[in-house]
Design a protein around this ligand. Structure first.
Ligand SMILES: Cc1cc2nc3c(=O)[nH]c(=O)nc-3n(C[C@H](O)[C@H](O)[C@H](O)COP(=O)(O)OP(=O)(O)OC[C@H]3O[C@@H](n4cnc5c(N)ncnc54)[C@H](O)[C@@H]3O)c2cc1C
Length: 408
């Protein structure tokens, strides 16, 4: 008897020895190359460009990209580990930049690019020699992607691009973007590979963000920019659909980022509660603190379970994993903030300062319910899906008050 629409996902999670080795080596790399400098980068609001190159050299950018392109050819769990470890290191800004390079434009090039495009743009990006971004958002179109106004006019052997983009991660330090352009009405869009040094492009850094200080965020302006036809990614006019097809990967990895930023804040709270003395005992002896920790632990477990389930669904069903991915993205973004908030509370006054890391986690994590599709948009998608997928003729519990259809 089918009562409600369900999707089959047997895989919960699958970490093997190769994944554990990746995790260990990345932890060592982060301890040596990143953690000692992270506070300085944060203070300077600096996105360390050379870190892309170092991570590329070590193979961390290309973990799940094909070997023939210079990747390691591992599965998607490897990407999950990379994003989890970066998030747990509490370098939210750089993690955002890395994510906006590795998992926003590059999967599009991998899926749609021809051999020459992969050689020219994807290979150096996987090596960290070129930094990339994805240009969708505009001053008048964020959630409403179909509202973008940046045009690409077909001029025979090139496109003439005019318009502007905003909030583009890696826009200032980056070498190129996958640019979403309008090539007709409504959903008629095309993706272009655009070298950011091209004549007619100007860039301006957005420097007054709440968080993500070690990430580079920019406005991009296009004034009669000539983009060669060979830089068209995939087919013309299909850009919107390509984006929608790619979006589950971006969202499920943001759920990973939320979950492991929350785990960082949770672990910090437990450590602090066991050390801090108050009224002749450690905080961890106070029942109210233990209950806070219990609540955080329960929420964290739920985040991890939901995220792993969504990853399993994404691996098995790709773009069709929308429902579980969207739920994980929305849930973990909100719950991550709740966990960090409690962690700050347990830290007391020092939690409100820079020294203990949780303040940074709080400002960085605030983006998770805005970026990669806001929580309101996620709930629209989930609500529609849930309502549309109830199988009406086999309802066990009918919509009539109190009526139960036992024949269904
Ligand atoms: C640090 C940072 C980095 C970013 N990096 C990138 C990047 O690399 N590339 C890129 O293209 N973009 C990037 N963005 C932009 C980001 O994707 C957008 O901010 C996001 O999609 C929301 O769009 P918006 O800001 O225009 O808000 P709006 O779309 O104007 O929404 C404002 C509010 O209204 C709500 N809302 C809007 N429509 C609906 C609806 N139909 N139903 C219910 N509520 C609704 C939203 O949820 C939100 O709460 C970045 C943003 C930030 C802050």
């Amino acid at each position: 008897m089918t009562r409600f629409f369900t999707q089959n996902t047997t895989i919960m999670y699958e970490f093997r020895e190769e994944h554990q080795m990746l995790r260990e080596s990345l932890r060592q790399f982060l301890s040596k190359e990143v953690l000692p400098r992270a506070d300085q980068w944060e203070k300077n609001k600096e996105c360390p460009k050379e870190l892309f190159r170092k991570m590329g050299e070590q193979g961390y950018i290309g973990v799940n990209y094909p070997v023939e392109l210079g990747g390691s050819g591992m599965d998607f769990w490897a990407a999950v580990i990379v994003m989890a470890e970066l998030s747990y290191a509490n370098i939210g800004g750089f993690t955002g930049s890395f994510y906006a390079h590795t998992y926003l434009p590059l999967p599009l090039i991998n899926a749609l690019g021809n051999e020459k495009q992969k050689e020219c743009w994807l290979k150096p990006a996987l090596q960290g020699k070129k930094i990339a971004g994805l240009g969708i958002t505009e001053p008048n179109a964020g959630s409403d992607v179909a509202g973008i106004q940046t045009t690409a006019e077909d001029k025979g052997d090139y496109y003439l691009v005019n318009g502007s983009k905003t909030f583009i991660t890696n826009g200032t330090i980056g070498d190129f973007v996958v640019l979403v352009t309008r090539t007709g009405p409504k959903h008629d869009m095309s993706l272009l590979l655009v070298d950011l040094e091209t004549e007619g492009i100007s860039r301006s850094k957005i420097d007054d963000k709440l968080g993500w200080h070690t990430s580079d965020t920019s406005q991009l302006f296009f004034d009669n920019v000539k983009v060669p036809k060979k830089n068209l990614l995939g087919e013309a006019h299909k850009g919107f659909y390509y984006l929608m097809n790619n979006i589950q990967e971006e969202r499920v990895l943001m759920a990973v980022m939320s979950t492991y930023t929350a785990k960082y804040a949770y672990d910090k709270a437990v450590i602090y509660a066991k050390e801090r003395q108050a009224f002749g005992q450690t905080l961890s002896h106070l029942q109210v603190i233990r209950h806070k920790i219990a609540d955080m632990a329960i929420k964290l477990e739920a985040c991890e379970a939901m995220t792993f389930r969504a990853v399993g669904d994404f691996i098995a069903n790709g773009a069709k994993a929308t429902n579980r991915v969207t739920k994980a993205k929305a849930y973990t973004a909100d719950v991550c903030m709740e966990i960090i908030n409690e962690s700050i509370q347990i830290h007391g006054g020092v939690g409100y300062t820079e020294g203990y890391g949780v303040a940074r986690a709080w400002r960085d994590a605030r983006l998770f319910s805005i970026g990669a599709g806001s929580s309101e948009i996620m709930k629209e998608i989930i609500g529609k899906f849930e309502i549309d997928n109830i199988i009406h003729d086999k309802l066990f519990i009918s919509s009539r008050k109190g009526a139960v259809d036992l024949q269904a």
